[in-house]
Write a protein that binds this ligand. Structure first.
Ligand code: SAM
Length: 232
């Protein structure tokens, strides 16, 4: 046992599992963006999990975190990051910080990441984990992300990691011209279609439907009301 209570012998095997995860679950299912594959190979998902969950870090599944929320399935993090069409150098907004893992992945592909989390305890924990691992280009804020983070915008890309009943207008308004918003949208709180909305001009947007997904609900002024949101 190491001085911090971890089993040091286990860590190399987690690195192997991470590489295998990227090969089988991510590249093996068609994610091709080299920067995304490199970020998924680099970022240790176990560092964003509670000690009891570390050994499951490279399972092909979402996992529970505090506040009845989830850290997304690695494949979904990769697909959503790839869908933002980042080339390096961008300013990105993430809604739904959760564990901080998705923000860490984004921070390896974009230049600067702003991320908003509704549950204070999660925002604080994620900020600690990100700071502890020196992801210094990630900025965490506690608040209602359906309203975005307008002081830091406009953004090259925005990703929402919880399911919205409709596309939040505030987020469309915080996109640069040419910017992309990737958001799960569905009239049921736990089943959505992943959309990519591109801002063509000041008032023109193009919408593409990417795939069916299942996220915890986006709760807020431009999301579900807390009482409507049945946690999956
Ligand atoms: N990206 C996260 C990760 O890597 O761990 C996964 C996030 S989890 C699937 C969705 C998160 O969205 C939850 O932590 C939830 O509290 C948060 N959320 C829900 N509604 C929100 C809102 N209006 N503003 C900000 N965060 C919100």
């Amino acid at each position: 046992m190491g001085h911090d209570g971890r089993h040091p012998m286990k860590e190399p095997s987690l690195n192997n599992l991470r590489e295998a995860m990227v090969k089988r679950q991510i590249a093996g299912r068609g994610v091709r963006d080299e920067a995304v594959l490199a970020a998924m190979t680099e970022v240790p998902r176990e560092e964003f999990l509670s000690p009891e969950m570390r050994e499951f870090a490279y399972d092909d599944a979402p996992l529970p975190i505090e506040g009845q929320q989830t850290i997304s399935q690695p494949y979904i993090v990769a697909v959503m990051t790839e869908a933002l069409l980042l080339r390096g150098g961008e300013k990105v907004l993430e809604i739904g910080t959760g564990s901080g893992y998705g923000a860490a992945v984004l921070s390896r592909v974009a230049a600067e990441v702003f991320t908003v989390e509704r549950i204070a305890q999660l925002a604080e924990k994620a900020a600690d984990a990100l700071r502890g691992q020196r992801y210094l280009n990630v900025h965490v804020r506690h608040g209602d992300g359906t309203l975005g983070w307008s002081e830091k915008g406009p953004y090259d890309a925005i990703v929402v990691t919880a399911g919205a009943p409709e596309v939040p207008e505030a987020l469309k308004a915080q996109l640069k011209i040419g910017g992309r918003l990737v958001v799960p949208v569905g009239r049921q709180p736990d089943l959505q279609e992943l959309l990519r909305i591109t801002r063509i001009s000041a008032d023109e947007f193009r919408t593409e439907e990417l795939l069916d997904v299942r996220f915890v609900p986006l709760v807020g002024a431009e999301g579900w009301a807390a009482k409507e949101a049945v946690e999956p």
